[in-house]
Design a binder for this molecule. Structure first.
Ligand SMILES: [Zn+2]
Length: 688
């Protein structure tokens, strides 16, 4: 299959008239430094467009034209490009540590050997499906349903995959954020969302047929006859559809109250009387556990029904599929390509598999992320940069304080609580204060699948060990090289990995205006998540507790509805509109974030007593908005957009820009837009 792909792409190139280009295309190389892209890039703009008609086209038109989607990507964006730059740099680090085995410290040995084993494609190829055999033997050897719980626990621990019927892990108690308890969650699906199983229009039916064909081909790779494989695939689809029907939608899952069902072992037993939890918990190392949050009780009722009504053979079929599905990316090319062809090519329109180095870098980042992150930070994130970005974060918080104080629609009582919550937010910038200790994880240079399984087990055990222990408030859930950021309502902290605080997102060489529009807006965005439709339901300590007066809650909901109604009008692809109840939290955060970013920029100007000057033909105010918009430049494939409409809580880049600026009078003024123009709105939405 892989050969066919290469052949097709060569034909494509020669038809385009560049037969030599394909042959002379230089091999990809690791990087030892980062390419520089300015925080405001005039070449990314399309100055022929009118900013008051389509601001996204105006700021990102050049970028979209000059940055076609690479063949191995579902979409392409400024964030995606920076992610790839970081990965290429990490490749350089890992390649060096894999080859020069002398003088490595323990951390360097682990990530170097992990990478080396992963890159040894010939060894992986030679093994075929063999690494799965011990697990297949266990599944095939199941003699009765009584043995299911212990095996299930083993499979979940060693694959770290919620695809085996349900998810099980640790989390902060919604009622008491200082406590870490067990969460039993919904899971068991292979497709990216329950709606893939439930929607009835033609496109969804077609995808389900393609999915079943993929499952059947995977069973054939495991050795089933064509006939048995087809029958087994039908069974998998049937079982997953029943689980999907009992799962909450993504919109429902935005409401933490719907996921809050604390119970003791008896309660759990009552939901699933046929499942021997004691046997499951014994393997998980949690024998005495008596406190659970079962996030979706209805799902567990459906599970019980399924375990009762399915034959032992059906259960084995389901487990065999999920084992192959979880293992496929780490097996020989027959599995890798089959998995890629459905989950990337069919579902998201990606023409080509990612080169092996990218998959291996991502895996080291996923399994040994803080060991790799320590190497990354030492080379790429200076203390000076940390100081600067921390300063900006404090300014953004100060601006939010000012914004809250000025807010006309909120009563003094609720304001006081909001300010208290804002004051309690912990800023995490760059990397954790204390690095994760991987000492007990054994990594061998010649045992790829063994490394993957030990890595999964290490992470599963680390996660479960937290249950019943005091909460570690210093923990991060993103690795330092990640080009992203997050707010966690239960920790009440904002987290900015070193990977996202780099040009073109944060550019120390630039004037303040684009930096406050871009990174300032992003910091404001994360802060605002503490006060979006979901985050506002948690208090300063991270407990799910209503601190709003009834009237203020209604005022908030009315303002949020303005945003819901606005984004519901935007089309994602074909006739699919934005599910604006799903994107509400992000849309509110985008708008609030930039409002606060603007205020912080004004404060910065006052603090430094500078009068900003026009540069490159743009006023400072214009540079603020162009800087903001240029993080969001992207190109999309229609297949990926379809998936995104169902699964992604963020609106597409175009609307994250145009949908936002029409709500800011500062934008209208900066570009002298006239009433009636598309980027000018009469009744603006404003929450924060
Ligand atoms: Zn967000």
């Amino acid at each position: 299959m892989r050969k066919l792909l290469i052949l097709l792409s060569l034909i494509g190139l020669s038809l385009a008239g560049h037969p030599l280009a394909a042959q002379t295309k230089p091999a990809e190389q690791p990087a030892t430094s980062f390419p520089y892209t300015p925080g405001l890039d005039v070449n990314a703009m399309d100055k022929s467009a009118d900013p008051c008609v389509d601001f996204y086209q105006y700021t990102c038109g050049g970028w979209m034209k000059n940055n076609p989607i690479p063949a191995d990507q579902p979409r392409w964006s400024v964030y995606g490009k920076l992610t790839q730059d970081n990965q290429r740099y990490l490749w350089g680090i890992l390649d060096g540590l894999a080859k020069n085995t002398k003088d490595r410290n323990a951390r360097q040995q682990k990530i170097g050997d992990y990478f080396a084993a992963c890159m040894d494609e010939a060894a992986v190829e030679k093994l075929g499906a063999q690494p799965l055999q011990p697990y297949l033997d266990r599944i095939n050897g199941l003699k009765s349903k009584v043995e299911l719980p212990a095996l299930l626990a083993k499979l979940q621990l060693e694959t770290a995959d919620a695809g085996f019927f349900f998810g099980f892990g640790s989390n902060q108690d919604f009622a008491d954020s200082e406590k870490v308890i067990a969460f039993a969650t919904a899971g068991g699906l292979s497709l990216p969302d329950r709606d893939y199983y439930l929607k009835t229009e033609d496109k969804s039916k077609e995808i389900r047929e393609q999915f079943a064909a993929h499952v059947a081909r995977t069973f054939e790779l495991l050795g089933d006859s064509a006939e048995a494989a087809k029958r087994n695939a039908g069974k998998v689809l049937e079982m997953e559809t029943a689980l999907a029907a009992a799962s909450l939608s993504r919109v429902d899952r935005r409401d933490p109250h719907k996921l809050f069902h604390n119970m003791d072992a008896k309660g759990l037993k009552a939901l699933t009387p046929g499942f021997e939890w004691a046997a499951y918990l014994k393997v998980a190392g949690l024998e005495k556990l008596n406190s659970f949050n079962v996030t979706e009780p209805e799902f567990y009722r459906a599970l019980e029904k399924q375990w009762q009504s399915s034959s032992l053979d059906d259960l084995k079929t389901y487990l065999r599929w999920h084992l192959a599905h979880a293992g496929a990316p780490h097996l020989s090319s027959a599995f890798v390509n089959e998995n890629f062809n459905f989950f990337s090519k069919t579902l998201r329109g990606v023409p080509e598999l990612k080169p092996r180095w990218k998959r291996c870098v991502a895996l080291v980042d996923g399994q040994l992320g803080e060991a790799l992150g320590e190497e990354f930070v030492g080379r790429a994130f200076s203390p000076e940069l940390k100081k600067k970005t921390l300063h900006m974060t404090k300014q953004i918080e100060q601006a939010m304080r000012q914004d809250l104080n000025q807010l006309g629609w909120m009563s003094a009582a609720t304001k006081q609580k909001a300010l208290e919550k804002l004051h309690s937010i912990v800023n995490k910038i760059g990397y954790p204060d204390k690095w994760r200790n991987y000492a007990t994880l054994i990594v061998k240079p010649d045992d790829y699948m063994g490394n993957v399984l030990r890595g999964n087990l290490f992470e599963s055990r680390r996660d479960l060990r937290k249950i019943g222990k005091p909460l570690d408030r210093g923990e991060w859930s993103m690795t330092p090289p990640t080009v992203n950021a997050y707010y966690n309502p239960q920790m009440n902290d904002i987290n900015f990995p070193a990977g996202v605080l780099q040009p073109p997102l944060y550019d120390p060489k630039m004037d303040d205006a684009p930096n406050y529009g871009n990174t300032g807006g992003t910091i404001g965005h994360e802060l605002t998540h503490g006060f979006d439709d979901e985050g506002r339901q948690f208090d300063a300590k991270g407990n799910l507790k209503d601190w709003w007066t009834e009237k203020d809650a209604k005022e908030f909901t009315d303002r949020a509805q303005c945003v819901v109604d606005q984004y519901a009008q935007y089309t994602i692809v074909d006739d699919i509109k934005i599910n604006s109840k799903l994107t509400l939290g992000e849309d509110i955060a985008d708008l609030g974030g930039l409002v606060i970013g603007w205020m912080a920029w004004q404060a910065q100007l006052a603090e430094t007593q500078t009068k900003p000057e026009a540069r490159e033909g743009f006023s400072p105010e214009q540079r603020f908005f162009i800087g903001y918009a240029q993080w969001a430049c992207e190109n999309n494939r229609p297949e990926d957009l379809r998936d995104r409409a169902l699964t992604n809580p963020h609106s597409p880049g175009k609307y994250r820009v145009n949908g936002l600026v029409i709500n800011m009078p500062e934008f209208e003024k900066a570009f002298s837009c006239k009433p009636g123009q598309p980027m000018v709105r009469e009744n603006r939405c404003r929450v924060w």
